[in-house]
Design a binder for this molecule. Structure first.
Ligand SMILES: [Ca+2]
Ligand SMILES: [Ca+2]
Ligand SMILES: [Ca+2]
Ligand SMILES: [Ca+2]
Length: 251
């Protein structure tokens, strides 16, 4: 509120000093009080943060710099943002992780990710139709469960995932469900994602569509599902396809 009040007070002063004396804004504005781009942060605050004082949305993720600071996301990382829907436990890494190459065995489809690799980002659609990126959770521990709607053990795990989220979320954790096939073995549609979310009592878990197999095969070691992956806050992979359903040992 204090910042807004300052903006309104300054606006007439800037106008009155510009015209009679022909000064530009830069001549007499005080960086400590001026918010040139109107994003809620003064130019001085932006200099300290490393954000652009002349661009309200430095990282171009659709959320203004001031709003990101208030929400605890990074104004310089476009993956770090607050999702409109879902209440997900997003992270706040300033630096975008540098992914390595998958260094695990080739599973006759792809080279797989191995423990110690830095995961590449992926972006998939969730049950709300939003694009959700892995790197949005940088700074948090992540457990990804790949499953299919025809798979009994996948349903059993899905039944438990909200309880896991509730237990570890406050410590900095987000569980992610990824659906690779519907009940008939076909690519899931939007309703399948919604049903998976609702039928298994999820509250703040993204259910992502990987019907195109863009992500799953690279984490698949034995072609059995559910395939569970644990990733640390710096996006280093901690466990691939070892049927470990409790993130506790990694936190
Ligand atoms: Ca500003
Ligand atoms: Ca700015
Ligand atoms: Ca932004
Ligand atoms: Ca951001």
């Amino acid at each position: 509120m204090r910042l807004r009040a300052t903006i309104f007070l300054l606006a007439p002063l800037m106008l009155s000093s510009c015209f009679p004396f022909g000064k530009s804004d830069d001549d007499d504005d005080d960086d400590a009080t001026v918010d040139s781009d109107g994003d809620g942060l003064t130019d001085q605050e932006e200099a300290e943060l490393g954000t652009d004082p002349d661009d309200a949305d430095t990282d171009g993720d659709g959320q203004d710099d001031g709003a990101e600071v208030e929400a605890g996301t990074s104004p310089t990382n476009p993956y770090s943002l607050t999702y409109e829907y879902g209440g997900y436990n997003v992270g706040s890494c300033d630096e975008i992780p540098e992914a390595s190459e998958p260094s695990g065995p080739n599973n006759d489809y792809a080279n797989t990710w191995a423990n110690g690799d830095v995961a590449a980002n992926f972006t998939l659609v969730d049950q709300y139709g939003q694009d959700v990126s892995l790197y949005s959770f940088c700074g948090q521990h992540v457990m990804i469960a790949f499953g299919a709607a025809w798979c009994g053990p996948c349903k059993d795990l899905a039944d438990e995932v909200q309880a896991v989220q509730d237990e570890y979320g406050p410590e900095g954790f987000q569980a992610i469900e990824v659906l690779i096939e519907d009940a008939g073995g076909n690519p899931p549609d939007q309703q399948d994602l919604v049903d998976w979310y609702n039928d298994h009592g999820m509250v703040n878990i993204p259910v992502l569509d990987d019907g195109a197999y863009e992500v799953w095969p690279y984490y698949e070691l034995d072609w059995g599902i559910p395939t569970v992956v644990h990733i640390g806050p710096d996006m280093t992979i901690l466990s691939v396809d070892e049927y470990i359903y409790d993130p506790g040992q990694f936190m």
